[in-house]
Design a protein around this ligand. Sequence first.
Ligand SMILES: Nc1ccn([C@@H]2O[C@H](COP(=O)(O)OP(=O)(O)OP(=O)(O)O)[C@@H](O)[C@H]2O)c(=O)n1
Ligand SMILES: C[C@](O)(CO)[C@H](O)COP(=O)(O)O
Length: 222
Amino acid sequence: MTIAALIVAAGRGTRAGGVSPKQWRTLAGDTVAGHTVRAFERSPRIARIVVVLHPDDMGRGVAFSAQGCLVAQGGHDRAQSVRNGLEALTGTGTSRVLIHDVARPCVSQAVIEAVIDALDGAPGAAPALAVTDALWTGADDVVTGTRERDGLFRAQTPQGFHLAAIRAAHAAHPGGAADDVEVARATGMTVVIVPGDEDNLKITLPGDFARAERILRDRDGH
Ligand SMILES: Nc1ccn([C@@H]2O[C@H](COP(=O)(O)OP(=O)(O)OP(=O)(O)O)[C@@H](O)[C@H]2O)c(=O)n1
Ligand SMILES: C[C@](O)(CO)[C@H](O)COP(=O)(O)O
């Protein structure tokens, strides 16, 4: 069985601010994208890596190609970028794919392994963390109600799938999905939840860079 990682890196990181998109910012000695790609290169079970880049960033693809990655051009939204990455896997003999946000550079080997292992028993698998805090609704800075937290999860990536199944799901989906699990579930696919990791944050807002850098430095013992 051949397993690929598909890293979507074609977003602009508008919420993170800064002079360049968040995936090109340097943290703990490498770019965010460099850390993310390396996490999958370190996994002996990942046979190939596709990196999906924004049209303006295709020049950066040369370095990824030189290190053995496939490179694809991104689309107008995340789902289109995923579809372009899936297309790039055509003819490579890949049977399973782990789809990951470039903006999650602290993904651990344990999370990658858990997703891969779960795909032996289900067509889809993804990491998530159970919601433990109380949940409120609010308006104008005032609490307006509470919500049941049982059965709620915070979704992470990598989200793993049998390749043919996720290709078919993306081809059939009308658009507007938050992630690939939503696309998969729209076809009736079973997606199992594996343990996520608090450190597997998605760099989204300016304050997230410092936290990601701390995690990466602590892990590398710097
Ligand atoms: N057209 C797009 C849009 C998003 N992405 C990727 O999808 C992931 C989603 O994370 P998010 O935080 O939403 O990234 P951005 O779209 O870059 O961020 P923002 O919404 O703040 O602009 C990121 O890895 C991003 O690069 C992509 O490959 N192609
Ligand atoms: C795919 C994802 O990371 C799951 O948590 C997330 O849905 C993508 O980004 P966004 O913050 O919802 O735009």
